[in-house]
Design a protein around this ligand. Structure first.
Ligand code: ZN
Length: 477
């Protein structure tokens, strides 16, 4: 079995290096990284067909929503007085969520995770909130749907951070949950029992387990406090993710309830630190940008979903200028969230373009150390994604360094957009100029090659399973 690859160009944490040989051990962790190596004469060493870049952690996914991607792109009825807003999208998503069975969940997630790997993601944070059966009753095994997601990740071969979601109310101030939310609702005790059940199973699979209080509108202060205390008793380093400040309505409702904006409230009422991922954090004032960045929390940006839902534009320059805990600017990563787009390169493109449109400048996410914006963004998003996944330490997914997993993507140097260019320009073309064709040759997770010629080894069966599950769901929705 191959445990070594040679690349003419590879993107290491310090930047581009040439003639790089990566070797990994039988656990799939990088054991040796040699630069300026001689090209191999030994056929046991794979030769990369183009620049080798680190695999991208996807820090925010709701797997089942892949089945409704593309189904809400028409003008519909207004909800809460708003025409075609996030809230009208949510009502269709709820109708779908209410029909889903465990086999469909697994089939949709498997199809999605295969797609993710083909698109350059090598691990995923699954923000998992459909817990119960269609009537809102716990399954005989309360972990049924979580286990379906874990099986899908294992079959696809993608790294997993499982984040069961605490969801208790439908609005600020303890508003009772709606009928459409019955599959999501849990007491804090039942959540902690679920985490206790899942912890050894995640450990055995090499997955990370964390907790996702859904949002401040869905978890009252006391539930949040108790859940965080309970989580610490299970794993005091577990990642914590929360949706926050995605919508201006949510900001207004939070101010009406507490007198504070959501991020400011959270920073004042929870010990927000580097374990946290603030998903979206789209609507912050200058003080919130500064304080949240300094906390060390990751900004979990989902640019194509935020664009699709009309959320607003995150101010990446303010975040980076605010200074994170490591003194290198606020930490951020990317997620595909609703899966309107499953493509790591396209998330980076959308993020950079939103900044260009807002600021009328170019190459906004570049920095003095990395003037090539696609290179700078890739390195930043891998680090931030790994931190959000709770997988930053050795044995984890924080880029091409000794001890990290051998998670990497090989670009196709023969792709028309890349051919004949230098390595940094090839990555730029992959992100900005591949014209929605894939310039990925192969993807490796933990040293195992998962795609060949751009296709995952399970591509055909996983795709067929996904389409069948979506067809079933559509016929009953
Ligand atoms: Zn989300």
């Amino acid at each position: 079995m191959t445990n070594s690859v040679f690349a003419k160009d590879a993107l290491l944490p310090t930047g581009w290096s040439t003639n790089v040989r990566l070797s990994w051990n039988d656990k799939g962790r990088l054991a040796e990284i040699e630069t300026d190596a001689a090209p191999p004469t030994n056929t046991a060493i794979a030769i990369a067909k183009g620049p080798l870049i680190p695999g991208m952690p996807n820090l925010h996914s709701h797997a089942f929503q892949r089945a409704i991607a593309g189904l809400t792109e028409f003008r519909g009825q207004s909800v809460d007085g708003q025409q075609d807003s996030f809230w009208s999208w949510r009502s269709l998503m709820y109708r779908f969520a209410l029909r889903l069975d465990p086999a469909q969940m697994e089939a949709i997630a498997l199809g999605l995770y295969v797609e993710m790997i083909e698109a350059g993601y090598t691990s995923v944070c699954e923000f998992h909130y459909v817990h119960h059966d269609a009537d809102g009753r716990p399954y005989a095994d309360d972990a049924t749907l979580a286990l379906a997601l874990m099986r899908a990740a294992q079959r696809a071969g993608i790294g997993l951070t499982l984040l069961p979601v605490l969801y208790q109310t439908s609005g600020f101030g303890g508003t009772a949950p709606g009928e459409g939310q019955r599959r999501f609702i849990r007491s804090t005790d039942s959540m902690l029992r679920l985490l206790e059940r899942l912890k050894p199973l995640c450990d055995a699979q090499g997955a990370r387990l964390g907790l996702a209080p859904h949002s401040l509108r869905a978890v009252p202060p006391e539930g949040l406090r108790q859940a965080l205390v309970g989580l610490d008793a299970i794993d005091a380093t577990a990642p914590i993710h929360i949706h926050i400040a995605e919508q201006t309505k949510e900001v207004g409702d939070c101010i009406a309830w507490s007198g504070q904006r959501p991020v400011a409230w959270l920073l004042d009422h929870a010990d927000v630190n580097a374990r946290w991922c603030l998903v979206h954090a789209t609507h912050m004032d200058a003080d919130e940008y500064a304080r949240a960045a300094r906390s060390g929390a990751v900004a979990g940006l989902c640019p194509t979903t935020e664009a699709n839902l009309g959320d607003g534009i995150f101010d990446l320059s303010a975040w980076r200028a605010a200074g994170g805990s490591r003194g290198a600017g606020g930490v951020w990563g990317i997620g595909s969230d609703s899966h309107i787009c499953v493509n790591a390169a396209e998330e980076l493109l959308m993020l950079e373009y939103s900044q260009r449109l807002a600021t009328r400048q170019r190459n906004v996410a570049a920095d003095s150390g990395q003037p090539h914006v696609a290179t700078a963004m890739t390195l930043a998003a891998v680090q931030g994604g790994a931190q959000a996944a709770g997988r930053l330490d050795p044995g984890c997914v924080a880029g091409l360094a000794i001890g990290q997993r051998a998670d990497f993507v090989v670009l196709d140097a023969a792709h028309p957009s890349l051919a004949g260019l230098g390595a940094a320009d090839m990555l730029s073309s992959h992100v900005f100029a591949s014209h929605r064709t894939s310039a990925i040759d192969s993807v490796w997770v933990g040293g195992a090659q998962r795609t060949k010629g751009g296709r995952h080894l399970l591509h055909d069966s996983a795709t067929a399973g996904f389409v069948a599950a979506r067809t079933q769901l559509l016929s009953t929705t």
